[in-house]
Design a protein around this ligand. Structure first.
Ligand SMILES: [Ca+2]
Ligand SMILES: [Ca+2]
Length: 182
């Protein structure tokens, strides 16, 4: 009972107020409006992103598909006679799908610089159901003591980064894998 009495005493001065002035009401409206705008924005983003799980799943699938294709290839064009300087990219007359005048990609770094939209099958058939997606590949030599560090010199490890993007490249997933020269 004592604490109730104290509360009553404290609330006395507030109750004695004659009410809110027009200025106070205007300030309150402004404060509420300012508080609501970010809330609406956050809710808007939440709705927008709720579509993404499906696309992220598709993007991961597209990335994994290409990564599996790449990781099946050799470490280097000629592992028995390696280059003396780092040389990444397709070798002479090579293309991913091959054709009568070229050879198929046969080592992992042939895919360095790969950039394709819409995605295509290895036989050059367009994946028409995934036209909004782009697949890119970067291949780097990485340090033998720290696989996260890119090396400008030749090492026994190449890191393959496959990026799949959509919505005009504003959204993306990245898949990385290391190919060792054993
Ligand atoms: Ca090659
Ligand atoms: Ca190559």
């Amino acid at each position: 009972m004592k604490s109730f009495a104290e509360k009553t005493t404290i609330s006395g001065p507030i109750n004695s107020s004659s009410g809110f002035t027009l200025a106070e009401i205007l300030v309150a409206v402004v404060v509420i409006t300012v508080a609501l705008v970010p809330l609406i924005t956050v809710m808007g983003q939440g709705v927008k992103r709720s579509k993404d799980p499906q696309r992220i799943t598709v993007a991961n699938m597209l990335a994994q598909d290409l990564m599996e294709e790449i990781m099946c290839k050799k470490f280097d064009e000629d592992p028995t006679n390696p280059d003396t300087t780092a040389r990444l990219g397709p070798d002479s007359l090579e293309s991913r799908s091959g054709n009568p005048t070229s050879r198929n990609y046969d080592d992992v770094d042939d895919y360095d610089g790969f950039n394709e939209t819409p995605p295509k099958e290895v036989d050059n058939t367009t994946m028409t159901e995934y036209t909004g997606f782009r697949r890119r590949v970067i291949v780097d030599y990485v340090s033998e003591t720290n696989l996260d560090t890119i090396s400008t010199a030749i090492t026994r490890f190449k890191r393959v980064s496959v990026t799949v993007s959509w919505e005009n490249d504003t959204q993306s997933v990245v898949l990385r894998a290391i190919k060792g020269n054993y």
